[in-house]
Design a protein around this ligand. Structure first.
Ligand SMILES: Nc1nc2c(ncn2[C@@H]2O[C@H](COP(=O)(O)OP(=O)(O)OP(=O)(O)O)[C@@H](O)[C@H]2O)c(=O)[nH]1
Ligand SMILES: [Mg+2]
Length: 393
């Protein structure tokens, strides 16, 4: 049980678009390995999900299964005919160049693709290869990270300035003392604060403190720098295996200074491509030989978590399935992910935790221990819950 004090605190509204069907975009300079990374990602089946149609949705979009030991354990114990793990939708986006915010390169098209995703996998090139041209002439991940951040921020500044202008124009038409007028003034104040954040304070929107009321306004703005970023550093296979690269410490220091808390995951597209062409057994053997593992699982898990996504399970002999919801989702909305009728005619959920099932060994034992609980509409789902929904006719 959380302490009473914490429970009484106001619940923090999440930054970002509401909903469960969130997407992550692969962003970075040209030729850093984004499409190659996307291709290995969309090929991966992590060996566990033969029945699941997560195949590429279109050439640039794929649903990638997110590995989860709990899901594996549930499949082992229910032995269902169908297994559907949680998935993360990833989108491959074209490379961004300096000046994109003013239309250089693929410029605005690129930025509208970033606007359409909920989170960012930023691929940073730290591998040397004279055959692979770098648009800026040489390999320098710090400069690249600066360029991307600057372009996203410049676009945000332009976007908010325009929005603020419109708001102010619209504001004049309102009467002086109306409630609408007060709300409008508050909105303008928040938008001005957002503008100050990205322009004067030189901070990404996601790194500033916002009240719930402000977050409602910020979410309406769809700011590029409000989206969570996971930095993926593409190393040569050799550097990845020996866990050494001259840039890594500098990249870490840059993130600590500019965007503290953002995850940093080193990986190697070259190695991942090689592993992706092996059978499961061969891959395990090769990972043993080189003394390290593929980073894909870790990357998808980090992306999923960065979007504040959690999962609950439905389990039975026919199917074990993970359902993705946003952290903070209540039982009826969680049931609604399966079918809108489950939400509209929601009666209750019979819910046990994964830990309790694992500890007691069977549903019957969990029930006997009094740990299969009936939960009503106010119940907030916990990551790893196992649910049976009851809905009315
Ligand atoms: N040596 C080496 N080459 C790589 C690696 N990743 C990608 N490449 C090569 O770099 C070139 C560009 O790779 P892509 O994956 O298409 O790069 P991208 O980031 O999608 O590029 P744009 O879509 O143009 O922005 C290709 O020739 C790849 O084979 C890597 O890890 N090591
Ligand atoms: Mg590409």
């Amino acid at each position: 049980m959380p302490p009473k004090k914490a429970a009484a605190q106001e619940k923090k509204t999440l930054l970002g678009r509401p909903g469960n069907n969130l997407k992550i975009g692969i962003v970075g300079m040209p030729n850093v390995g984004k499409s190659s990374f996307f291709n290995v990602l969309s090929k991966t089946d992590l060996g566990k999900s033969a029945n699941y149609p997560y195949a590429t949705i279109n050439p640039e979009e794929a649903r990638i299964p997110v590995p989860d030991e709990r899901f594996d354990w549930l499949c082992d114990s229910y032995k269902p005919s169908s297994r559907v793990p949680a998935a993360l939708t990833c989108i491959d986006i074209a490379g961004l160049t300096a000046g994109a915010s003013t239309g250089a390169g693929l410029g605005n098209a690129f930025l509208s693709h970033v606007r359409a995703v909920d989170g960012i996998f930023q691929v940073v090139r730290a591998f040397d290869d004279a055959d692979v041209i770098h648009v800026e002439g040489d390999v320098n991940p710090i400069r690249d990270m600066e360029i991307i951040q600057t372009e996203l921020r410049l676009k945000d500044i332009e976007w908010v300035e325009k929005h603020l202008d419109n708001l102010k124009k619209g504001g004049r038409a309102l009467g002086n003392n109306s409630l609408a007028d007060k709300a409008k003034k508050e909105e303008i104040a928040t938008v001005e604060k957002v503008l100050k954040c990205v322009s004067v304070d030189n901070k990404d929107v996601r790194k500033a403190e916002w009240t719930n009321k402000e977050i409602d306004v910020v979410n309406g703005l769809q700011m590029l720098t409000a989206k969570p970023v996971t930095y993926l550093v593409n190393l040569s296979e050799k550097d990845y295996i020996r866990k050494k690269n001259k840039w890594l410490a500098k990249i870490k220091a840059w993130i600590d200074e500019k965007n503290p808390g953002d995850p940093l995951i080193p990986f190697s597209v070259a190695l991942e491509e090689r592993l992706a062409n092996l059978s499961d057994e061969e891959q395990a053997e090769e990972e043993k030989n080189i003394g390290t593992q593929s980073a894909l699982g870790k990357i998808t898990q980090a992306g999923y978590a960065s979007l504040d996504l959690i999962r609950y399970f439905t389990c039975g002999p026919v199917e074990v399935r993970a359902w993705t919801i946003r952290r903070g989702t209540k039982a009826p909305q969680a049931a609604g992910v399966i079918h809108s009728d489950f939400e509209n005619k929601f009666v209750c959920g019979e819910i046990m935790s994964y830990e309790d099932l694992k500890e007691h060994g069977s549903e019957t034992a969990v029930k006997a221990a009094g740990k299969l609980r009936q939960q009503g509409k106010p119940y907030e789902m916990v990551d790893g819950d196992i649910a049976y929904w009851k809905s009315g006719a």
